[in-house]
Write a protein that binds this ligand. Sequence first.
Ligand code: MN
Length: 223
Amino acid sequence: MIHKIFFLLGIAFFSFMTNAVAQHKLPELPYSFNALEPYIDAQTMEIHYTKHHQGYVTNLNNALNEDQKKLSINQLLSTVSKLSPAIRNNAGGHYNHSLFWTILANTKNTQPSAQLMKAIETQFLSMDSLKSTLNKAASTRFGSGWAWLVVTSERNLVVCSTPNQDNPLMDIAEVKGTPILGIDVWEHAYYLKYQNKRADYLSAIWNVINWEEVSSRYGEAFQ
Ligand code: MN
């Protein structure tokens, strides 16, 4: 009898652990809410991370059926055309913000790696030209969305933008590839400080880009 109880408890525990592993989770923010001041204010960071990103994580977990819970975030994104709009929006929102927090940092002296700088100069002629190309993609994205620097399967660097929470890893994306830098141009990303002035937010954000992380993602895109 006692063995049977332990056996059943074991099954219950195993099933609990299996479910726990399948849940998507809010990643830890790698700095404090005020770390990006004065370029991105602490209140925006706190609401963006604890409310918006947490919302995408919660809604993603609620939208997935048992089979879909076994898939990684990248597997969800690459097959998103076959999945529900709720999964598309929330898997995208979860992935995009997880990337966004890591490519920002209050580290003004970070520089692109020699490998990345060479690719930027080959593709865009200069860092300034890359920034203006990305800012143009970000400022002309109508409504909510993202601007991206992407490594394509041909190993070229390209700039593009996507609507809503779509991204270049999705099978429905116009430009596909591995995003290594993403700029959130939803109003929730800047409205408290910059109100309607998206362009001011876009010039400020270059002060807090973590080029070490972008370079590291560039290197990984080749592996
Ligand atoms: Mn956002």
